[in-house]
Design a protein around this ligand. Structure first.
Ligand code: PLP
Length: 390
């Protein structure tokens, strides 16, 4: 194999793709009448809901705000227990803490690095009924969780489900009837959330979305997004005139801007093309690493992976990380197990609590994965990863 040259600019693990159409869409929104609450928001929400197959979508300032609004809308109370995975971005767990709830981690399935439903089942079976209020599975790396299985378990134990679908817009799993179920389509989870941070599939700068099929939750989210205020006369206790509105609950300002949503709509037009490109990149990595010493993760049976990340497993992860960095490849680690962060240790969680997550963490590395990664760049990444393991 010929040795490719070190790239002029480092190759990141993920990056946004902004084209001339995106720029034109943002400029048009900026030249319009509304900077914040204009028509581009409702348009982006409607387009995103249609794309996911959900009834409703609520655009918000970022994915973390989306998670917080979900725990608020579901009414998480201080001390209430909610289950999630250690292998996720901390926000998946933190949203429970924002409401004073208690985060209970369950370990991962090492084959997929997804929250292990059997570990969740064990927790539920071992506790008195009503101990747990909800579960937050994460479509980690873009690999869709089988939410039909989670729904059945959640219904047995009276739990709600928030699907953290930040990694998986456009992903789908196959249900027991053989139907494809798109991430965030609201068929099984009560609420699903997405992020439009630049490393995610669709970029709006900062930005997020909640999808749901539940009309009551939808109405709550709309109010909570904007201070708990309603201007809908049908919902008000009194009405003093055209200016009148009521703050009915303690909400937040988690609104997104009109020009960000104009960017989101423009980006959404290329989401399917971006997914196809991500899948082609993954197929090439798969082929390159099969039969090598480089470990990879399995995809949920029958699922369409959305490949936010392409994770490899290496017994000398630190060595590999440093070697790639030296070669101008900025691979990344996803994630440091959430329960081992000092904040969660301070709440009584400890290293050793979730050995499969910790073993996964010791080996995982996310390789460059984004639609504009060129074939040449990918060939260089593959060459370096294989050379390290030779
Ligand atoms: C990015 C991300 C979030 C948070 O999204 P922000 O828009 O950065 O607040 C939450 N969960 C997961 C799994 C993520 O990857």
């Amino acid at each position: 194999m010929s040795s490719a040259k070190k790239p002029e600019h480092p190759i990141p693990y993920g990056r946004q793709d902004i084209n001339a159409d995106d720029l034109a869409a943002v400029v048009a929104a900026l030249q319009g009448d509304f900077l914040t609450q204009g028509p581009a928001i409702a348009q982006f929400e409607a387009e995103f809901a249609a794309w996911c197959g959900s009834r409703y979508a609520v655009a918000v300032s970022n994915g973390t705000a989306a998670l917080h609004l979900c725990t608020l809308a579901l009414g998480v109370q201080p001390g209430e227990k909610v289950i999630t995975t250690p292998i996720t971005f901390a926000a998946s767990a933190n949203c429970v803490r924002y409401c004073g709830g208690e985060v209970v981690f369950a370990d991962i399935d090492p084959a997929t690095a997804l929250l292990d439903i059997e570990a969740v089942r064990s927790l539920l079976d071992a506790a008195p009924a009503g101990t747990y209020k909800g579960v937050i599975p994460v479509d980690f790396a873009g690999n869709p969780v089988n939410l039909e299985a989670y729904r059945a378990l959640a219904d047995q134990h009276g739990l709600w489900i928030i699907e953290d679908a930040c990694h998986a817009p456009g992903g789908a799993f196959t249900d027991s009837k053989g139907n494809k179920q798109r991430c965030g389509n609201g068929q099984f989870a009560d609420l699903a959330i997405f992020s439009f941070h630049p490393v995610k599939h669709i970029a709006t700068g900062e930005g997020g979305m909640i999808t749901t099929n539940n009309p009551e939750l939808y109405e709550k989210l709309l109010m909570l997004r904007t201070h708990g205020i309603t201007r809908d006369p049908a919902r008000m206790h009194e009405n003093h005139g055209g200016w009148y509105h009521e703050m009915q609950t303690l909400g937040y300002n988690y609104r997104i801007t009109d020009f960000q949503c104009a960017l989101g709509s423009s980006q959404l037009k290329r989401a399917d093309a971006g997914l196809a490109r991500r899948r082609a990149i993954a197929a090439r990595y798969d082929a390159a690493f099969s039969g090598s010493k480089v470990g990879t993760l399995q995809t949920t049976a029958g699922a369409d992976h959305a490949y936010h990340l392409y994770v490899i497993l290496s017994t000398d992860r630190k060595g590999l990380y440093d070697y790639l960095r030296e070669a101008g490849i900025f691979a990344q680690v996803h994630y440091i197990p959430c329960h081992t962060h000092p904040y969660y240790r301070g709440l009584g969680h400890q290293p050793g609590d979730h050995p499969r997550s910790e073993a996964y963490y010791s080996q995982c590395l996310s390789l460059p994965m984004y639609p504009t990664l060129t074939e040449e760049e990918q060939a260089y990444v593959i060459e370096k990863v294989l050379a390290f393991h030779a």
